[in-house]
Design a protein around this ligand. Structure first.
Ligand SMILES: *Cc1c(COP(=O)(O)O)cnc(C)c1O
Length: 437
């Protein structure tokens, strides 16, 4: 019996997550999923950060059902709608105003990569320059513009054409501790013979979600912002995975106290897992001509209803941020305890409720994910070699389930590491030879 026979027969080879989690999911609520056989799973993947408010969130569901019942406008191209009006007003009042931020909001097509494409296109249009700088291990989507600023060779090779007009710089920590990668970037900008064309923009993730949960320090982000100001380069924060509360604050860059010129949002923006993305634009940069960047599915009304309710319900009071921080401390302590038991094999990094368990033997991460799935925990890997088990529980997860997930993960990791000591010794031996060479 093969549960996935229909998918294997009919769905393209391109399918990915159904290979990592080979069952047919039927229902879901909060942090839990059930498959067609009624088996329960705990979700530490959350649609790669799309389900910050959990599956089928009750508050949002109520609004969606009411909107459908009253025949609220579902599709209207980018015409003005009550749903969009409520979202814009709520977002201004509860997210932008309290943070002293002023942005115009563009609704491109519904997925993250659409917001990235809009940001790249607008920064090139406004500056009249072509080069965009992005960072090692950055991930920004798989359409041509976005994949050109994505580091991973696997995605780049899939493009099938040469990916131009981008330059990569080392992310914070890429050249090891003690190397200030911004000094390197600064030298390239300041030297007329570095070969780096004056960039239109820099695009950056504060925590690299797909790239292996690498984190940029607040000081590094502030340094990047001042470098951009000094050289007249636009700063684009890609907050698609780390925004909407993932790191504790609504925007992931709040801790650093920076104000990017543009911000991309998607994934959890649609609140209920509905597709929605937005590009926040510094008002004077909003130089689009009407309809110049078009699309049939701009500002999906159902997703806007959900997005407005998510902001209204969760971001009125600072309690939600505190709750995320409390949960992330709890999770982090457990991960640190695990890593202390296996210091040669495992380490932890991350911010808020995006945490990465880094495996010294890259293949261990996949095995840990498989072992966890066998115990009912859905958790994915990330990083250049897939060496990082990435924890992305819903932000609204009950603490008891958070602990349960952390325990399944710890057990799975302990089993994989214990069974893989030979691999670990091999990796450590090769590192020693590299150093002594
Ligand atoms: C997921 C993601 C994207 C792309 O979003 P899609 O909806 O998959 O197109 C872009 N940037 C970051 C940081 C992401 O995590």
């Amino acid at each position: 019996m093969d549960k996935l026979q229909t998918f294997e027969r009919l769905e393209s080879q391109v399918r990915g997550y159904s290979r990592s989690f080979p069952t047919v999911f039927a229902t879901a609520r909060g942090a839990l999923l059930w498959d067609e056989e009624g088996r329960e799973y705990l979700d530490f993947l959350s649609g790669a950060g799309t389900l910050n408010y959990g599956h089928n969130n009750l508050f949002i569901k109520k609004q969606l059902i009411a909107y459908l019942q009253q025949d609220g406008l579902v599709h209207g191209l980018d015409m003005a709608s009550s749903a969009k009006k409520r979202f814009l007003e709520t977002f201004e009042a509860l997210i932008l105003k309290p943070r002293g931020l002023e942005y115009k909001i563009q609704f491109p097509g519904p997925t993250g990569t659409n917001a990235v494409e809009a940001a790249l296109k607008l920064s090139r249009k406004v500056t009249g320059r072509t080069t965009v700088v992005s960072f090692t291990n950055g991930f920004h989507g798989v359409t041509l513009g976005a994949v050109a600023v994505t580091g991973n060779t696997f995605f780049r090779e899939g493009a099938g054409v040469s990916l131009n007009h981008t330059t990569f710089m080392p992310y914070d920590g890429y050249l090891g501790e003690g190397v200030d990668t911004l000094e390197y970037f600064r030298r390239f900008l300041a030297d007329q013979s570095s070969g780096l064309d004056q960039p239109a923009a820099v695009i950056v993730e504060t925590v690299q979600g797909e790239g292996g949960v690498n984190t940029a320090s607040p000081a590094w982000l502030r340094g990047l912002e001042s470098l951009c100001r000094e050289f007249g380069i636009l700063l684009i924060a890609d907050d698609i995975q780390t925004g909407c509360g993932r790191t504790g604050s609504f925007f992931s860059f709040e801790e650093a106290g920076i104000a990017p010129d543009m911000v991309t949002l998607s994934k959890s923006l649609g609140g209920y897992g509905l597709p929605l993305s937005a590009l926040l634009i510094r008002p004077d940069l909003d130089q689009w001509k009407p309809g110049e960047h078009s699309g049939t599915f701009r500002g999906n009304n159902l997703a806007l209803v959900a997005a407005a309710e998510a902001v209204d319900h969760y971001w009125q009071d600072p309690g939600f941020s505190l709750e995320i921080c409390r949960k992330s401390r709890l999770l982090r302590r457990r991960l640190e305890a695990l890593c202390n038991r296996y210091p040669a094999a495992l380490s932890v990094r991350g911010r808020g409720l995006i945490q990465g368990l880094v495996c010294a033997v890259p293949q261990h991460a996949r095995r840990i994910s498989e072992a966890a799935f066998a115990q009912g925990l859905v958790i994915e890997t990330s990083g250049s070699e897939g060496q990082v088990v990435k924890l992305l529980p819903p932000l609204v997860i009950e603490e008891s389930l958070l602990v349960k997930g952390a325990e399944i993960l710890a057990e799975s990791a302990a089993r994989v590491v214990a069974a893989g000591t030979a691999d670990l010794e091999e990796v450590m031996a090769s590192q020693t030879t590299e150093v002594s060479r």
